[in-house]
Design a protein around this ligand. Structure first.
Ligand code: 5GP
Ligand code: ZN
Length: 112
């Protein structure tokens, strides 16, 4: 999608601090980190949010979770939180599916 911020990051039109990239996904550090380690993992195909996941695109989501597990192992993270906000009330500010990976500090439950 031409006017999507994360599609522009995927295209290299907006710079990012890359953690990992393959044919299907990109992981990059959040510009406004909420924990000592905070990166985002996004599919290269434009999916608006978890609410738009279906049988057709679910493979991209499954792949992202294998990448999260692998990256966290490689980064030595043994405790972390994976979050995806869906819709305005839940705090979604970028309408391109993304999973936040947060680690390195104590976290509370329930989230705010
Ligand atoms: P959301 O609020 O939709 O759950 O998450 C969007 C995230 O994208 C936020 O944590 C925000 O800091 C991050 N973000 C917004 N714009 C940029 C950007 O240009 N570069 C990077 N690396 N992160 C961004
Ligand atoms: Zn997009």
């Amino acid at each position: 999608m031409s006017d999507c911020l994360f599609c522009k990051i995927i295209a290299g039109e907006i710079p990012s601090r890359k953690v990992y990239e393959d044919d299907a996904c990109l992981a990059f550090y959040d510009i406004d980190p909420q924990a000592p380690t905070h990166f985002l993992v996004i599919p290269k195909v434009h999916i608006p949010s978890v609410a738009a996941v279906d049988q057709e695109n679910a493979g991209a989501v499954a792949h992202i979770f294998t990448v999260i597990a692998k990256l966290c192992r490689e980064l030595g993270l043994d405790s972390y939180r994976v979050v995806s906000n869906i819709g305005e009330q839940a705090g979604q500010s970028v309408p391109h599916l993304h999973f936040h990976v947060l680690s390195g500090r104590d976290m509370t439950w329930p989230p705010g």
